[in-house]
Design a protein around this ligand. Sequence first.
Ligand SMILES: [Mg+2]
Ligand SMILES: [Zn+2]
Length: 176
Amino acid sequence: MKLLILDRDGVINQDSDAYIKTLDEWIPIPSSIAAIARLSQAGWTVAVATNQSGIARGYYDLATLESMHARLRQLVAEQGGEVGLIVHCPHGPDDGCDCRKPKPGMLRQIAAHYATELAGIWFVGDTSGDLQAALAVDCQPVLVKTGKGERTLAKPLPPGTLVFADLAAVADQLLS
Ligand SMILES: [Mg+2]
Ligand SMILES: [Zn+2]
């Protein structure tokens, strides 16, 4: 199958160092919404793996998170596309879970859901944690410069990391 996995904050929507706590604070990147729709229409399954420690910290609840994801699905559907499985890690950094990136638990969840292999699958993110999670399961690490991407670019990247301006450019490459 043609599976693409995305980080959420900083890739699909604008990131915030103050967390994204309400539906109003969830601000999509229009070209990213369009990119997901284009990929979907071309037969790609686009899944999402997102750290949401704001839940553990009590900044927002699961219902609020789900409202953001419903909005995401709606926006992509309006452009004739579909969002695949969205998995989130609700834990904090000290909870010792195996899903919070840089751990690859969410990528494994997605692979299990679709009964597919992870090797070579592109995982697109904007932080070192995303790239490390990709490497841990032999995915292709892909960095976009949106969100925290420019900051991440200033640090050493895992060997073989692909770098694109944004998700639209990733889609252009995959669809070319
Ligand atoms: Mg991010
Ligand atoms: Zn977790």
